[in-house]
Design a protein around this ligand. Sequence first.
Ligand SMILES: NC(=O)c1ccc[n+]([C@@H]2O[C@H](COP(=O)([O-])OP(=O)(O)OC[C@H]3O[C@@H](n4cnc5c(N)ncnc54)[C@H](OP(=O)(O)O)[C@@H]3O)[C@@H](O)[C@H]2O)c1
Length: 275
Amino acid sequence: MTIEGTDELLHDALYNPLALFHVSGKTAVITGASGAYGRTIAIALASLGCNLLLASGSSDELAKVAKEASDAGGNVAVIQARPDTIDDASAIIGAAVASFGTPDMLIVASGLNLPAMIDDMVVEDWEAVMDANVRGPWLMAKAFSAAVGDQGRGKKVLFVSSVRGRLGNAVGYTAYCSSKGGVDALTRALAIEWGSRGITVNAIAPTVFRSSLTSWIFADDDRGRAARARNLSRIPLGRLGEPEDLVGVSVYLLSPASDFCTGQVHYIDGGYTAG
Ligand SMILES: NC(=O)c1ccc[n+]([C@@H]2O[C@H](COP(=O)([O-])OP(=O)(O)OC[C@H]3O[C@@H](n4cnc5c(N)ncnc54)[C@H](OP(=O)(O)O)[C@@H]3O)[C@@H](O)[C@H]2O)c1
């Protein structure tokens, strides 16, 4: 017995495996679109022929990313918004529906880190990290669900966790580690809740890759060199990441190739969590 729609998938797996990765014509919603990962996955999906709704808090950066994605071949619509409230999240999904119809993929690439030792951290900063990293994805998933209704089969949700969701080995990261542990748990709980609807929910969990959050680790100064050495001593593949390193696994998790994979946190970390 196979579930409706899987016969073609099983046939392609044997005789046309690259077809499993086709996402052309599908619609993706990306929050944090001006960030390093948001921009990168936007351009990559545009290159694959996706329609994109790009959401960002920064209008100037949003315009730049929209042009890059459009130049790469995607149909692009934008909204200046971050998923701070359910109204924001609904407006983001609503903008996608208005431009392209019901979205097929949700990618929550917005996130925040405010490192501080617990004794020095104010509660407002803890809340800001938790809001951006846990509440934002939860709100976006809720708004996505409302738009998708009973048309869920084959739809994809992708969150961005971190190796810090599993490992507590970064001083000053109590809020960030807690928030990414929350993303991991949300990924699993939502995958179970939505399994019968055929919606897959997964997360990628990178270690350090180049972005505004980590520019200090790439800096050519004593603090940067020490942080690089600390991280590299744990990375068997011998380098820090680039946002482009995340594209391959992301496309897999956003395409029919991953239709039987849900509730998983996928480490893209050069082997950081292997040891
Ligand atoms: N870089 C790393 O080494 C690393 C490692 C593991 C996990 N991650 C995760 O990867 C995701 C993407 O981060 P990135 O490294 O690409 O960093 P980034 O370039 O700083 O992008 C994050 C984006 O999130 C949005 N944002 C900023 N503050 C926010 C807030 N308070 N509430 C909601 N959104 C906010 C901004 O996008 P807009 O201005 O477009 O709204 C920002 O550009 C994050 O979840 C991060 O935790 C990063």
